[in-house]
Design a protein around this ligand. Structure first.
Ligand code: SF4
Ligand code: SF4
Length: 325
């Protein structure tokens, strides 16, 4: 991955923030189980797709779970992402192991995966084990969704949401949480999260009878496939300038690397999923889960930042859980 281009008369992220970022208490372990996905979306920061072969093996799954057992209960959430996490052969074993330790599990689900052969009972499995589902749906209109995510994706996503609703997801009193994720269709910042959530709720309920808990708006990161797209259309520098111009210091104390770490499909440790994709090493003594006895050792460590971090601090801020300020 090449370095981000210099932008005229601008400062680096470190200079703008003016201090070193340190992780506090580690609470969330995000595991990117691999790059295999049934989709190949335009803005995917993982560059995932059906032909990718990188996928977490059983031994790495075991070694990602073991340090949780020694973590004195401070890690409260395991956040599974990919690719399509459900396509990893050990997906269910990983979920069950974390749930057996009373740790919350989040499945970052692309929805269409629930229609694949062999995945017919995945939604039921998620419900039975109280897994929180965070599902990508970058718009409530077919045209916008299919521009980003491919032909046929909208209808399949809606029917997957209806299936999740039937199991109790997104419905009051069930404890089954269903959150949706919006990201802009191009090089702009997301609109206000609360207003867009109202629009989504209205449209999805009226048009399809779909209900959900919250909408997370996420800023597109200038890396991987989205970056290539920006480069092709000669918009990368303008987009970086947009992120920099909208730097919001109030978001810095909420960036997700301050309470989470990221594990790659092959067991390497990173400060976040974006740093993982850019191969920016975390300054941990342990490089992989194979060298780690407990996640406790990763609390309090310095975070490795670079200019893509402006994607987390622009406007209302951005994280896997939506806005930050
Ligand atoms: S954005 Fe999600 S669904 Fe789309 S290719 Fe990437 S991992 Fe797959
Ligand atoms: S990109 Fe990663 S390291 Fe940079 S601020 Fe965001 S979460 Fe932290």
């Amino acid at each position: 991955m090449s370095a981000l281009p210099r932008i005229r008369a601008r400062k680096s992220f470190s200079e703008v923030v003016g201090r070193t970022l340190h992780r506090g208490q580690l609470g969330i372990v995000q595991i990117n189980v691999g790059k295999l996905c049934n989709q190949a979306c335009l803005h995917c920061h993982v560059a995932a797709g059906p032909k990718r072969t990188e996928i977490m093996r059983s031994q790495t799954v075991d070694r990602s779970i073991d340090p949780l057992k020694g973590a004195k209960g401070q890690v409260h959430t395991v956040d599974l992402t990919g690719g399509a996490p459900e396509m990893m052969p050990d997906f269910r074993r990983l979920v069950l192991a974390a749930r057996a330790l009373n740790i919350k599990v989040i499945d970052r689900c692309n929805l269409t995966v629930l229609h694949l052969a062999g995945q017919e009972d995945t939604a039921k499995f998620l419900a039975e084990n109280g897994v929180e589902v965070v599902a990508s749906l970058p718009c409530y209109s077919k045209t916008n969704v299919e521009q980003q995510r491919g032909k046929g994706v909208f209808g399949e996503s809606i029917s997957a949401l209806q299936q999740l609703n039937l199991l109790g997801y997104g419905r009051p009193g069930t404890g089954l949480v269903l959150n949706l994720v919006y990201n802009p269709g191009g090089p702009s910042l997301p609109p206000a999260q609360s207003g867009l959530e109202r629009d989504y709720k209205e449209r999805l309920q009226e048009d399809f009878g779909v209900v959900f808990n919250h909408l997370f708006t996420i800023t597109n990161m200038p890396i991987a496939r989205f970056r290539t797209d920006l480069e092709r259309s000669d918009q990368l520098e303008n987009y970086m300038q947009l992120l920099l111009d909208n730097y919001n210091p109030a978001t810095v104390d909420g960036v997700m690397c301050l309470d989470q770490i990221s594990i790659s499909w092959d067991g390497r440790l990173f400060d976040c999923d974006f740093n993982q994709m850019l191969e920016i090493r975390a300054p941990f003594k342990a490089r992989t889960v194979f060298e780690l006895d407990s996640f406790d050792a990763l609390s309090g460590q310095r975070v490795a930042v670079a200019d893509h971090c402006f994607g987390c601090t622009a406007g209302a801020g951005s994280s896997c859980g939506g806005t930050l300020d």
